[in-house]
Design a binder for this molecule. Structure first.
Ligand code: 6PG
Length: 251
């Protein structure tokens, strides 16, 4: 099903989803590198994208990318040090970044170890402005942003009922997340919706009802923050496995 600049692709299983996502990643990254010599990617955390990162680290995909031309960022991070089991940086480093020839200077993690999450957010915002030579009026334009979706409809660390869902001035926010009793650091819709390409990865039956609500239900981003992701002029693709897409009405 294709809605305006939405593209929803449903795969029989997570393995086929992951393989297709890896092919799309190589294609988009190569296009960006061919056109401007560089590709900027913001990685998602959580469990679903780990398989993609591992696949990109295999020779079949690793050898198709010019890693020195890739700059890696994160869409969000937990308020933990980079070696913490919950760290999104640690997950991506273990699955991908430690296995490919990417210069350490091309990896820009969110400093989740800083005691003050708000300060971490400010640091990352300054880093983004520097790396993208962006300005308050012209936010960073990522070539590719990976996102997941929680069964509560959150994406990145934009959780239901948090002000960060509607943040359209700052690039990076540090919301308190009640359900985890902790802060998170996250890119805001200001940046997420300025990306050239956004790719969601959604897997698992436990997300089927939420995914239908997000894609086919009324617009209520306070309850379903994933609905706030509407890149313009960029595009958004939903890579969904059959289990998560089982409640969608039209293929
Ligand atoms: C995080 C992620 C988060 C994740 C969703 C889905 O820091 O946890 O950025 O937004 O993408 O919670 O997570 P799963 O892929 O593990 O279901």
């Amino acid at each position: 099903m294709t809605l305006s600049n939405h593209d929803i692709r449903i795969f029989p299983d997570i393995q086929l989803l992951t393989h297709s996502a890896a092919e799309k990643t190589v294609r988009l990254a190569s296009q960006a590198i061919d056109s401007k010599g560089l590709c900027t990617i913001a990685l998602a955390g959580g469990a679903t994208p780990r398989g993609l990162y591992s696949l990109l680290a295999t020779p079949a995909f690793r050898d198709q990318l010019i890693w020195g031309r890739l700059k890696i960022f994160w869409g969000d991070e937990r308020h933990v040090p980079p070696d913490h089991p919950d760290s999104n940086f640690r997950m991506a480093h273990e699955a991908l970044l430690s296995k490919v020839p990417i210069p350490a200077s091309n990896i820009f993690r969110i400093p989740g170890e800083l005691p003050d999450a708000l300060l971490a957010a400010d640091h990352y915002e300054s880093l983004l402005h520097h790396e993208f030579q962006s300005s308050p009026s012209e936010p960073p334009c990522f070539d590719l942003i990976f996102l997941g979706m929680g069964s509560d409809g959150h994406t990145a660390s934009l959780f239901p009922g948090t002000a960060a869902v509607h943040e359209n001035t700052k690039l990076v926010a540090a919301p308190w997340v009640e359900k985890f009793q902790s802060f998170r650091i996250t890119l805001t819709p200001r940046v997420l919706n300025y990306a050239a390409h956004v790719v969601f990865f959604v897997s698992g039956a436990e997300k089927a009802d939420t995914l239908r609500s997000v894609l086919e239900g009324p617009h209520q981003p306070d309850m379903l923050p994933s609905q706030v992701i509407k890149p313009d002029p960029g595009d958004v693709s939903w890579f969904v496995d059959q289990a998560a897409g089982s409640q969608l009405t039209s293929p």
